[in-house]
Ligand binder design. Structure first.
Ligand code: ATP
Ligand code: LTN
Length: 334
């Protein structure tokens, strides 16, 4: 608990341009939860280098992502919005937790298997221990809840296992976190292959709507979305393309999928696609305008970066000192 509130932690990697999936599956829920909890929203740049990055691009994207968090509606005076690499406690706790995590556990992680297959020329130790750094992120702030898309559930489970193991060896040290997986938008699918998730690393630009796409591009991508030859606007697994469009429509308008189906009864796919495109454009317009405004205010963003890193480090150090003491590191001389 911080200031009588439960603690929320989440993060995203600055590895590409964010998609509508990242927004509806994660960022939008963060905003909805931000009043209720004491929140830490991290740009996890240390995780990003588990895959090769161009340094200048990573730096630019990390700043763009931090700006986007604010533009999406997270108030940086109330929520702690910061870079992982600015708080050394993440890497320090990760080292300790590495010594309480088994190779066998890490070998089971599906994200590791997927990424190792995709980057066969660079299967580095950081990629393997990625979930331990993620556990350190979460446990450092004694987080109660972690809002993520469904693909991160396995990483939350290993975090809980590591925390429970440590607690049973050394006594109550870490809060055991719960994942929070929102209903609407938990898994937005690719517009071109609706059997796989919309992803920022997809090679086909028509498969994903990027948060910074202009209205014409959004409408064009929706118009080209893959559907089927059933000719019926129904919400069912046998029609994954149509189901995905209805999910996007619901998540953007706040209507339930059933309400959406009723609204489009008797209409054609063309009308559905048009309405989805327009709903996405109105959902993203305020966000895009706010990004443009914030990007001009360099001094403001710089101050947020500095102040929030200090705030995060304060809480991180509290946990870190406790853990260092428990494992037997010598006390600091003051
Ligand atoms: P990549 O495609 O490079 O693996 P990604 O698009 O999956 O990246 P992440 O940085 O891994 O993005 O995820 C950021 C957050 O967005 C996570 O909480 C993740 O669960 C969520 N998320 C990512 N893609 C989707 C999607 N298609 N639908 C819903 N949520 C998503
Ligand atoms: N692995 C996550 C990003 C991430 C994260 C975290 C999410 C790193 N540390 C802590 C929640 C809490 C991803 O790829 N989406």
């Amino acid at each position: 608990m911080i200031n009588d509130k439960k603690v929320l932690f989440s993060g995203m990697q600055a590895t590409g341009n964010l998609t509508l999936g990242n927004y509806l599956g994660a960022l939008k829920n963060w905003v909805a939860l931000s009043d209720e909890y004491e929140c830490f929203y991290c740009v996890v740049d240390e995780h990003s280098i588990t895959v090769r990055q161009d340094p200048a691009t990573l730096r630019r994207r990390a700043r763009a992502l931090l700006t986007l968090y604010i533009a999406a509606g997270l108030d940086p005076e109330k929520n702690c919005i910061y870079y992982q690499s600015h708080v050394s406690g993440h890497a320090e706790l990760a080292w300790i937790l590495n010594c309480f995590t088994y190779m066998g556990e890490l070998n089971r992680m599906t994200q590791f298997k997927d990424k190792a297959a995709k980057h066969a020329d660079n299967i580095n130790a950081g990629l393997f221990t990625y979930p331990v750094l993620m556990a350190a992120d979460i446990l450092l702030y004694q987080a109660d809840v972690v809002p993520v898309g469904i693909d991160q559930k396995q990483h939350l489970e290993i975090t809980r296992d590591i925390a429970m193991r440590f607690n049973s060896l050394y006594g109550e040290t870490f809060t055991i976190p719960e994942p929070y997986i929102g209903k609407a938008g938990a898994k937005i699918m690719s517009l071109q292959s609706p059997d796989k998730k919309m992803s920022k690393s997809d090679e086909n630009p028509n498969a994903s709507i990027y948060l910074m796409d202009d209205p014409d591009t959004i409408l064009r991508k929706c118009k080209r979305a893959v559907t089927d030859s059933e000719g019926c606007i129904c919400y069912r697994d046998e029609q994954p393309g149509v189901k995905n469009l209805l999910n996007i429509y619901s998540a953007c308008t706040g209507k339930t999928p059933e309400e959406a189906v009723a609204e489009f009864s008797g209409k054609g796919y063309g009308e559905l696609k048009m309405a989805v495109g327009e709903a996405v454009v109105s959902q993203l317009r305020p966000l895009q305008e706010e990004v443009a405004r914030l990007e001009k205010d360099k001094a403001y963003i710089d101050r947020i970066i500095k102040d929030n890193a200090e705030k995060a480090a304060y809480y991180a150090n509290k946990t870190l000192r406790k853990v260092q003491r428990k494992v037997g590191f010598p006390d600091r001389i003051r």
